[in-house]
Design a protein around this ligand. Sequence first.
Ligand SMILES: Cc1ncc(COP(=O)(O)O)c(C=O)c1O
Length: 367
Amino acid sequence: MSREKIKVPDGIASLIPYPPGKPIEELERELGISGSIKLASNENPIGPSKKAIEAVKAKLSGLNRYPDGSNFYLKRKLSERLGVSEDMLFTGNGSNEIIEILMRTFLQPGDSVVMGSPSFAVYPLVTQAAGCEAIEVPLKADLTYDMEKMVAAITGKTKIVFIANPNNPTGTMLGAEEFSAFMEAVPGSVIICMDEAYCEYVTSTDYPDSLSYVKAGRPVVVMRTFSKIYGLAGLRAGYGVGPEYIIDYMNRVRQPFNMNTLAQAAALAALDDDEHIEKSLENNRNGLDYLFGEFSALGFECVPTEANFFLVKVGDGANVYDALLKRGVIVRPMAGYGLGEYIRVTVGLPDENRRLIDTIKELGISN
Ligand SMILES: Cc1ncc(COP(=O)(O)O)c(C=O)c1O
């Protein structure tokens, strides 16, 4: 009864909630299986950095205190590493939160936000919740961004353009030259959000130096996360880099303690754990080599990737996803992204990658 009486903005009323996955233990109980593996959420299969674990342990007994609301030490370290002032840095509860704060800070109902399609599912959701129009520009046939069409989609109402680079769920990368041409064409009144959640995995030498545009004073906000290569998805830690005035506005909107004490300590320690990063990169390179080789041998096409995940064209993606799930191998179905012929696979540990391929062979799935 009260639902009818309470007025809710149209953008919220028409939102379709993001369906949360079940805990693995629950899924296993329902399916009557055990020992399943998850290659579905682009997490780091190596685990968190040991240095980060130690840093978290050292902070546990101080949890009666509020976090450092300025995130002083993490910002100082990031500022040294990235060559930007601390006032150009924003930290948050995962880059998800930072995306949301950017939008809440700058969007007004009626504005539009330009993004690729398919891309990270959060962009259209938050746009709609803000009462704004999400202009989704289809990717090209090779599943890379169509930058000319992205520019053409910008109107006087456009406030933000989102570019995930590498893009999720495709793993594809936008190159430096195309980015530079885009930056020349885009009006100065539009904020360009470069979502670089997977940048640490990129091996291409053609990756755009988006930070140089921030440093040159352009309205570019670069987002990064500790959830992927740093292996801290469960703690929620991310950062954004942008011009001081943009970060200043965003700071007015955020909650005072939006990155918790453990996340701050873990992120700081993980940044310095070169061995963990090197190991993670090596696992990813070897895993991609192995999986691309095996899938090709089975006659499946894999989409070239610069991330820790990739798309495989398996025909009926929903069926393959289901069959693998029943055998305890969890990948990501892609029908919700308009890519029903594909599944998305996150690179796992060598044993996990082998199990995926063995299960596909056992199920007799081939092209
Ligand atoms: C492109 C992209 N951006 C942002 C995120 C969010 O990451 P975080 O865990 O930092 O919120 C993800 C997570 O999957 C992602 O794929």
